[in-house]
Design a protein. Structure first.
Length: 132
């Protein structure tokens, strides 16, 4: 609910301190990300189904060159040293799979992303209102 929505709003607005505080409130610990607002923003964007951020593009290039996904993940700041509660890990992994499936079945419709925004929308608006 509100904690995740607050994290998303603050990360998308590149408010690092606010995003890290909101992340901690829902049990996410991100020590290496504290200095890079773009990593936070891209993490939320990818959760919402955007697969064209700078880190995703760089990862695809490395895969094309033959590097293993395990090797790539070790160097990605969005994965390294993060501690995420198991229930949120399940949600994030499920969203990743659903985003991929949605893209394959209906590439331009963004079914999962639209549903997610419809459900999270009121919480995001509440989180944004507390910022104002």
């Amino acid at each position: 609910g509100l904690g995740l929505a607050t994290f998303m709003v603050k990360a998308m607005n590149e408010d690092v301190e606010g995003a890290l505080g909101a992340a901690r409130s829902i049990g996410i610990v991100m020590p290496d990300m504290a200095v890079n607002p773009l990593v936070l923003k891209e993490m939320v964007s990818s959760f919402l189904g955007d697969m064209n951020g700078p880190m995703q593009k760089a990862s695809r290039k490395r895969l094309i060159k033959g590097e293993s996904m395990a090797s790539i993940q070790k160097t990605m700041p969005s994965v390294k040293d993060m501690k995420i509660p198991s229930h949120l890990t399940l949600v994030f992994r499920s969203m990743s799979l659903l985003n991929g499936l949605s893209y394959r079945l209906a590439p331009k419709e963004r079914i999962i992303q639209n549903t997610l925004m419809r459900i999270l929308g009121p919480h995001v608006m509440a989180a944004a209102a507390t910022e104002a």
